[in-house]
Design a protein around this ligand. Structure first.
Ligand code: ZN
Length: 276
């Protein structure tokens, strides 16, 4: 037997071991979800990567490779130079509105329809959970659905804001009522998270028997504190994402494959239990 054959056999054994370990984890997660009276999902950028929306934290893939995010996407930059802000973001937000939900979004919507998931808390601003059919969506970083006037509090749909920007000599969409520049209703660096959404997210995390964290590196606070709330109340934390997270130590279930494949495996497992 040549060295290549030995290597291949060893790799096959390793793959088998990894697959069966993964199956065991998926089986355990499915069992936890069936026993739970409340399951809540917490999703991050990794859920939207299969839809072609890069995770800006992955080196070389994001829109931040040539721009300092702390600079352009900071609330101070918006206030100081709304023209520059909108010239950078107008096209980018428009591009997001053309993206489609993927298998991970659809799997979570299906779990909710089947009564196995209460809500999705998301850090994503792309509206793809709603597009996939999820009903209870808590957008803790806001969304691209609309823009807001920081002066008078008025709201305008994003498409209207872009039309106003196109008609403005400086490319700045302005509030009809007070003339102030409109800001996308997404959380910029240096801004607090929307208090109503964050309070709802905390309430859901407190009541969750299982918190299903999908595609989040769990590094951005205060959202990264939500699994600690669930864990502190005796709930289980499942983490489904590639790469390590700072909360792997408290995870009861840890799956590190592709998010779409892992969620598909979970749905298949839940179907099996249903039949059995
Ligand atoms: Zn206004």
């Amino acid at each position: 037997m040549g060295i290549d054959a030995v290597t291949l056999m060893a790799m096959a054994v390793f793959e088998d071991a990894r697959a069966s370990r993964r199956n065991a984890e998926v089986t355990r997660l499915a069992a936890l979800m069936r026993e739970a009276s409340s399951v809540v999902a917490l999703t991050g950028a990794g859920v939207s990567v299969p839809s072609g929306i890069p995770d800006f934290r992955s080196p070389g893939t994001g829109l931040w490779t040539r721009v300092d995010p702390m600079e352009v996407a900071h609330i101070d930059s918006f206030r100081e130079d709304p023209e520059r802000f909108w010239s950078f973001y107008s096209e980018r937000f428009a591009a997001l509105t053309e993206k489609e939900p993927n298998g991970a979004h659809r799997a979570l919507a299906r779990l909710e329809r089947r009564g196995l998931l209460d809500a999705v808390i998301t850090q994503n601003i792309d509206l793809l959970h709603r597009a996939a059919g999820s009903e209870e969506v808590v957008e803790v970083h806001g969304s691209i659905a609309r823009c807001r006037c920081l002066e008078c509090g008025g709201f305008v749909p994003l498409a209207d804001a872009r039309a106003r920007a196109a008609a403005d000599p400086h490319g700045i969409p302005r509030c009809e009522r007070c003339g102030a520049p409109l800001k996308p209703d997404v959380v910029l660096f240096g801004e607090l998270l929307p208090s109503v959404a964050m309070a709802r997210a905390e309430e859901l995390s407190e009541g969750a028997d299982v918190l299903l964290c999908v595609g989040s590196s769990l590094e951005v606070h205060p959202v990264a504190g939500l699994p600690l709330i669930t864990h502190g109340r005796g709930g289980k934390v499942a983490i489904i994402t590639r790469g390590p997270t700072p909360l792997d130590d408290i995870a009861d279930v840890r799956l590190s494959g592709d998010v779409v494949e892992e969620l598909d495996a979970l749905l298949a497992e839940l179907d099996d239990e249903h039949r059995g």
